[in-house]
Structures are given as structure tokens and as C-alpha cells.
Write a protein that binds this ligand. Structure first.
Ligand code: ATP
Ligand code: PRP
Length: 233
């Protein structure tokens, strides 16, 4: 049996879609419920739904053989495991942001930084040689600069809507992020045959997705060109 830890929330949904597309569906998972564990003995899989921040520890300790989690969580938790694949969904970035128009020179500091990701923030500002005070929050970090709790935030930005709607803007981008497939180091060796098949299946699926996306882009470009040429006629 292969145990797979999925980060409850947006990544679990996308992650499950990958397994479903590969024929490893577990119909019970598609129903709305409060269940946290789903087995498919005939397919040799068991999915467990855990808090995003807990996925790395489940995998490091071997409670899960595989996991799907954001690169943001991997950078923050820094656990001893294998990062196998970039799954291409859950795309966003880590940024430093603050009140619009207040992108001040960060010196002399210390800069007050509100974040759910203290390790990432410390590493980033350490490399920049900027002294900081971390204000660790569990969410809604965009509030901190608005009410004067911090000078800036370090957080995930996807569309940028949360920043805009709260009168903030990106000052600096730190790094791009996306969902990753991770593995327990021992399971990777001992359950090698089954794991390898699963990983190869996922790789083939990602490749197909990539090709389909490129074809779709080409089609869009073609139609846009046609529309432009008709407009000129
Ligand atoms: N706006 C976003 N766009 C794309 N991916 C995101 C976005 N926000 C978060 N993610 C990714 O999804 C993961 C899970 O985020 P989600 O919002 O579901 O849970 P969370 O708020 O981090 O955790 P919790 O449920 O414990 O509060 C993040 O770790 C990140 O990789
Ligand atoms: O750029 P956007 O598309 O607006 O997305 C960014 C928002 O998404 C995440 O919040 P989440 O929904 O996880 O809520 P949280 O504040 O509880 O972390 C992140 O912390 C930002 O607040």
C-alpha cells in the first residue's frame, strides 16, 4: 500500500485530479465529507488529507510515502525528504509587499516583517543584509501593514487581488512557487517498483498536459492572427 499525504484545500483537489486522470480514482473522495482518509485497496493507494504545513513531516517520518505540497511549505519546513516533481499547478510566488507607494529604502532597519513564513523571510533578508524583526502570523497577513503592525509582509501572491484590494503592492519578488511531489527517502528505496510506476505515470501525465497546453496556445495564436487579418480586410 502507498500512503499519499495531500495538502488539504486547493492543492488536494488538484492533486487528486492527477491521480484520477491516471486511473487511480477513489470515488468516495469526490463526495463532500469530513473524512480524512480514503483507501483504494484494489489500487494499492491510501490518501490522507492533512494541513498543508504538516505534509512534510508526515512524509519525512514515513507516515506517508508520497506527498503533494507547495514549494512554499517545503522551503519553510526544510525537511529531510526527496522532492521529485514540479506538478505545475498551485502556481504563485513569494513576494515582499507593503502599502502602495511606501516602497522605502529598507535601511537602516530593523524592518518589521509580518509573515506566515518566518524561515523564508529570515533567509531572504539575511542574504540582502537587512536587519528584521519577524512578526509571525497565521493568515490574513495583508492586514499587518495597514494597521501598523509591520512595515512589510512576506507572503504568497497569485493574482495580486488580495494586495490590490487592501491597498498594498509588491515591492520585491522572492521566488516562484508551485505544487511538488515529495517522497519519503526509505519508501523510495523499499517500495521502489510501485513508486516508480506511479512516478513515471505522473511524469507522462505532466508531459501530456504540457503538450496539450502548448497546442492550445498555438491554436489561440493562430485564431488571433486570423482575426487580425480579417480586421484589416
Ligand atoms: N492564492 C494562491 N494561489 C495559488 N496557490 C496558492 C495560493 N495560496 C496558497 N497556495 C498554495 O496552496 C497551498 C495551500 O494553501 P491553502 O490556502 O489551501 O492553505 P493554507 O492557507 O496555506 O493553510 P491552512 O488551511 O492551514 O490555513 C499553499 O501552501 C501554496 O502552495
Ligand atoms: O494574489 P492572490 O490571488 O490574491 O492570492 C494571495 C492570497 O492567497 C493566500 O491566502 P489564503 O487564501 O491561503 O488565505 P490566508 O490569508 O488564510 O493564508 C495568500 O496568503 C494571499 O493572501
Amino acid at each position: 500500500m502507498i500512503n499519499i499525504a495531500l495538502a488539504k484545500g486547493r492543492l488536494a483537489e488538484e492533486g487528486y485530479k492527477v491521480f484520477k486522470a491516471l486511473g487511480y480514482s477513489v470515488p468516495a473522495m469526490e463526495k463532500k465529507s469530513r473524512k480524512l482518509i480514503f483507501e483504494s485497496p484494489e489500487k494499492g493507494l491510501r490518501f490522507i488529507l492533512v494541513k498543508p504545513a504538516d505534509v512534510p513531516i508526515y512524509v519525512e517520518k514515513g507516515a506517508a510515502d508520497l506527498g503533494i505540497v507547495g514549494k512554499d511549505t517545503l522551503l519553510e519546513k526544510d525537511r529531510n525528504l526527496y522532492e521529485l516533481l514540479d506538478l505545475g499547478f498551485g502556481k504563485c510566488k513569494f513576494s515582499v509587499a507593503g502599502l502602495k507607494g511606501e516602497d522605502k529604502n529598507f535601511y537602516p532597519g530593523p524592518l518589521r516583517v509580518a509573515t506566515k513564513y518566518p524561515k523564508v523571510a529570515k533567509n531572504y533578508f539575511l542574504k540582502r543584509g537587512i536587519a528584521i524583526d519577524i512578526i509571525e502570523l497565521q493568515g490574513s497577513v495583508e492586514l499587518a501593514p495597514i494597521i501598523g503592525l509591520s512595515d512589510v509582509i512576506v507572503d504568497i501572491v497569485e493574482t495580486g487581488n488580495t494586495l490590490v484590494e487592501n491597498g498594498l503592492e509588491v515591492f520585491e519578488d522572492i521566488t516562484p512557487l508551485s505544487a511538488r511531489l515529495i517522497a519519503n527517502k526509505v519508501s523510495f528505496k523499499t517500495k521502489n517498483g510501485v513508486m516508480e510506476t506511479l512516478i513515471e505515470d505522473i511524469q507522462r501525465y505532466l508531459h501530456r498536459q504540457d503538450v496539450e497546453e502548448k497546442e492550445e496556445d498555438l491554436k489561440k495564436q493562430h485564431f488571433a492572427k486570423e482575426a487580425r487579418s480579417h480586421a484589416v480586410d
